[in-house]
Design a binder for this molecule. Structure first.
Ligand code: MN
Length: 141
């Protein structure tokens, strides 16, 4: 499996440090976070570069204001509740409508990176739900 340093060299945005506990607790596996536009920016439009180690994924969740993902590297997954997972590659764009239950993360055999843009942060904070179990995750190829 590719290591973090080799993957970092192929991604144009920085791979930040491990996410702080209050964010990492909503993920299975290790996630790295680099703020591009900070959460408290006067623009009210936080943008982060998020890097997932292989098998890392976030818990099911909803964004009251929606979210846009811009894939910057690797291979990963996006899934909405009740739908098939969508395989993601560099350059893919995911538009997540408000209050749609979903998760995103790396493939089992690849690092994965995306930019996450909160679409309407004033609508409220992310609502974190249950984890994506290994049983759910291992169905994906
Ligand atoms: Mn999301």
């Amino acid at each position: 499996m590719e290591n973090k340093e080799d993957f970092s060299e192929k991604v144009i945005f920085p791979v930040g440090p491990k996410a702080p506990d209050d964010i990492a607790k909503n993920f299975i596996g290790t996630v790295y976070l680099h703020a591009l536009v900070p959460y408290d920016s006067p623009l009210k439009h936080p943008i982060s570069h998020v890097v997932f180690e292989p098998r890392c994924r976030n818990n099911w969740h909803k964004h009251p204001g929606g979210q846009i993902l811009l894939v910057t590297g690797g291979r990963g997954w996006y899934q909405e509740e009740g739908k098939d997972a969508r395989e993601l590659h560099t350059g893919d764009v995911v538009e997540i409508l408000p209050d749609i239950k979903h998760w995103h993360g790396a493939a089992a055999d690849s690092w994965f990176a995306h930019i996450a843009m909160e679409a309407d942060v004033l609508a409220g904070p992310t609502q974190w739900l249950e984890p994506v179990t290994d049983e759910q995750y291992d169905k994906l190829r």
